[in-house]
Design a protein around this ligand. Structure first.
Ligand code: RIB
Ligand code: CA
Length: 315
């Protein structure tokens, strides 16, 4: 009997690794994507919002896009992430979108969808947490309807914006603090796992060769070649760090991930601004399941499935 698909909303700041993560989510066969909610982050909202529409149309996703926050919860952050290129999708140029945005703003769309899903909705959050914080602040009973948040962000080790802070949490630490204090169960895909589990360029070349001339293989190759966030992975290979896909890996194949429980506190003081600080001494306080490792062959299988899925669309 076919397993029931998991209802999810993907909250995102597309973003090259966001785009690849959405491709994997769409092709996994495990997720029922109820919507995409873009947020200001990697690039400004006037790029992330239409990028979300472009991706939904390019990937033939049958789901709405509900506009999220155009600025951060308390302190606007003008910094963007240069590794995604000027428009946020690297060198990939997708047609101007024609689909209208959903009538509701992201936080209201997520709340209404969570209620419609009877408490089964999961949020895959792969950008700054501004939209999710606004969900919690504007709908105090959201925790009764959101099953869990699988979040790419933070780190239990080093940061990538400061020695302590990772980009998504550094852009909007006030929002991250609201979310981690909300009582909604959180699974964290932080830099401590994403930096060591990048996809090797060797594997990507194999993948794209096998995919042939499909526009999706071309897009994947261009996404990766124009995205400059690279790091040797735990197998010693030069790799593209597709941070956000790690959160999707947990959503579709949790058995392929290794985890530990802890309490995460989001720091907002000047020195540790945006730090996700883990403590382990009081199990009754644990609010987060941290992904500490993943099985690279099972992770690579998601990319293989993704290419096969999109190649079935033809050229
Ligand atoms: O630090 C990596 C995170 O910041 C990823 O979500 C990437 O897309 C950027 O948003
Ligand atoms: Ca992102």
């Amino acid at each position: 009997m076919q397993e029931k698909k998991i209802p999810v909303i993907i909250d995102t700041d597309p973003g090259v690794d966001d785009a690849i993560a959405i491709m994997i989510a769409a092709s996994s066969g495990k997720l029922d994507i109820k919507g995409i909610t873009p947020v200001d982050g990697n690039v400004k909202y006037y790029h992330t919002f239409p990028n979300a529409l472009r991706l939904v149309e390019f990937l033939k996703l049958d789901c709405p896009v509900a506009k999220g926050a155009e600025t951060q919860l308390e302190k606007p952050c003008p910094t963007t992430a240069s590794c995604h290129g000027k428009t946020g999708l690297g060198s990939v140029e997708l047609p101007e979108p024609t689909t209208p945005y959903h009538e509701k703003r992201a936080w209201d769309f997520i709340y209404d969808t969570a209620r419609d899903c009877g408490g089964e909705l999961e949020i895959i959050a792969i950008g700054p947490l501004t939209n999710i914080a606004k969900l919690v602040l504007e709908h105090p009973d959201a925790k009764d309807y959101v099953k869990r948040i699988i979040c790419m962000g933070g780190s239990t080790e080093e940061g990538n914006m400061t020695p302590y802070a990772e980009f998504n949490f550094w852009v909007d630490p006030a929002a991250a603090k609201v979310v981690f204090e909300s009582g909604i169960p959180i699974v964290l895909a932080g830099l401590n796992v994403t930096l060591k589990t990048g996809i090797s360029f060797r594997f990507i070349d194999q993948l794209c060769e096998r995919a042939g001339a499909s526009p999706y293989a071309k897009a994947l190759k261009e996404f990766v070649s124009s995205y400059s966030d690279t790091h040797d992975n735990k197998e010693g290979e030069h790799a593209s760090v597709v941070h956000d896909a790690t959160a999707v890996m947990y959503a579709v194949d949790p058995e392929g991930c290794t985890t530990e429980r802890c309490h995460i506190e989001i720091k907002v003081d000047e020195e540790q601004y945006g730090r996700s600080y883990p403590t382990y001494d009081d199990p009754s306080s644990y609010n987060t399941t941290v992904i500490t490792d993943l099985d690279m062959r099972r992770y690579e299988q998601l990319y293989l499935n993704m290419m096969d899925y999109f190649n079935s669309f033809g050229e």
